[in-house]
Design a protein around this ligand. Structure first.
Ligand code: FAD
Length: 389
């Protein structure tokens, strides 16, 4: 370990590994610090991604793909099930392996990685972040850096230490709970989404198959609802009703910040990426691929700022992220707020319209159009998604 690096990345999730890789690829020195013993573990994720969105960053490899998805099945409150083929395929990942592979790609570009390295403070020099303090092998360390990239996930503290406003409204923090269970007889090419107040009020319930009758089963509910009945109670009720004999292999809980990105994700000497910056797609709750995008953009800008000896370049990342992805998330958030407030009756009306579509017209787009007919005001927001490239 050196006494000083050009870039230090805190957290080795998808966002952190991408930031470390893209910075190191530009020839600057990079240290990535991960508090856990293993990169990629523990997993707190449904593990669903779009194949197209991760394709620019990593080659498909069966060792990290648990199943290939080409259909969505939408289950509405009255029990109507509408199955639609996907135009773009997806994967259910083995994130334990996927995250590890992403970290290896960063290491191959020259990034140094330490696990069991717990960052517990920042160093400052005249108001600018100038390094990190961390515990490693029971010893305290202080290492300087020209740029620190905070990729420390949903519970991020690093941004706050730097004086950034990382707080989000509790109503936008989806409370998620998930089990991985075996004995779940579902199609291994289909992701199942359940809607309605009995499954997941202000959110959705999912079954994501992992092959061999194993699946991730979980839900996310809005903050207010979570107080009335816990997300776990919804999950237990569902399992008792539908899969009373399933074996539960893991159980996890966690928050997903379903909100537009923080207003400011930079300060002098520091950049925030992934969940730490709230870069999750607020509509789907998916943060893997958007965190990877955020990490790659930040890593490149950090390296350029070091190479050009221009600390102010770091501050251009706010705009770069907004242009690349952030402005779409603002629109997705509006659509989320409309859809998550649908009553069960409205969902059932959509189900009826969707179910009446001829089989060759059943697509996600057409189901969405049916949803629009029942809530035309979303149309303006949807139009914006397509206008904003
Ligand atoms: C139940 C659930 C289901 C989900 N399902 C999906 C899904 O199906 N698809 C999808 O795209 N997204 C899903 N998400 C969201 C997704 O998991 C996150 O958006 C994604 O992991 C964010 O990546 P990240 O790199 O920003 O953070 P993380 O993956 O959380 O990585 C952060 C890393 O930082 C480390 N760290 C934290 N603090 C410190 C510190 N002080 N010092 C050193 N290291 C530190 C952590 O140990 C961790 O390894 C789900 C989330 C939950 C909770």
């Amino acid at each position: 370990m050196l006494k000083e690096y050009d870039v230090i990345v805190v957290g080795a999730g998808p966002a952190g590994s991408m930031a470390a890789r893209y910075a190191a690829a530009k020839g600057v020195s990079v240290l990535m610090l991960e508090k856990d013993r293993d990169v990629g573990y523990p997993v707190r994720c449904g593990e669903a991604v779009s194949a197209t969105r991760i394709a620019p960053f990593i080659d498909p490899d069966e060792k990290y793909i648990a199943s290939h998805i080409n259909k969505f099945s939408l289950i509405f409150p009255n029990g109507t099930e509408v199955t639609v083929p996907l135009e773009e395929n997806g994967y259910i990942l083995e994130r334990r392996i996927f995250d590890y592979e992403l970290a290896k790609l960063a290491a191959n570009e020259g990034a140094e990685i330490l696990t069991r390295a717990y960052v517990n403070g920042l160093l400052f020099d005249g108001g600018k972040v100038s390094g990190v303090k961390f515990e490693y092998r029971g010893e305290p360390h202080e290492v300087k850096a020209k740029v620190v990239i905070a990729a420390d996930g949903v519970e991020s503290r690093v941004g706050r230490w730097a004086g950034l406003k990382t707080h989000i409204d509790f109503r936008d923090m989806e409370c998620c709970v998930q089990i991985t269970a075996s004995g779940i007889n579902v199609n291994s090419n289909t992701c199942y989404f359940y809607f309605g107040k009995d499954y997941a009020p202000n959110g959705y319930f999912w079954i994501f198959p992992k092959g061999n009758n194993t699946a991730n089963i979980g839900l996310g509910v809005g903050g207010m609802i979570g107080k009335k009945k816990s997300a776990l109670s919804f999950l237990i009720d569902f399992m008792e009703k539908n899969y009373p004999n399933a074996s539960i292999l893991t159980q996890i809980a966690g928050g997903v910040p379903c909100t537009p990105t923080l207003k400011k994700i930079t300060a002098p000497g520091i950049m925030l990426v992934g969940d730490a910056a709230r870069q999750v797609n607020p509509l789907s709750g998916g943060g893997i691929s958007s965190g990877m995008i955020g990490g790659s953009v930040a890593g490149e800008i950090a390296a350029e700022s070091v190479k050009q000896k221009s600390p102010d370049l770091v501050l251009t990342y706010d705009k770069a992220w907004h242009e690349r992805q952030g402005k779409k998330h603002i629109v997705y958030n509006k659509i989320k707020n409309a859809i998550y407030n649908f009553s069960d009756d409205k969902f059932n009306n959509i189900a009826e319209s969707a179910d009446n579509l001829p089989d060759n017209k059943k697509s996600l787009g057409n189901v969405f159009k049916a949803a629009l007919i029942h809530n035309p005001s979303i149309l303006i927001d949807v139009a914006k998604v397509f206008v904003i490239k």
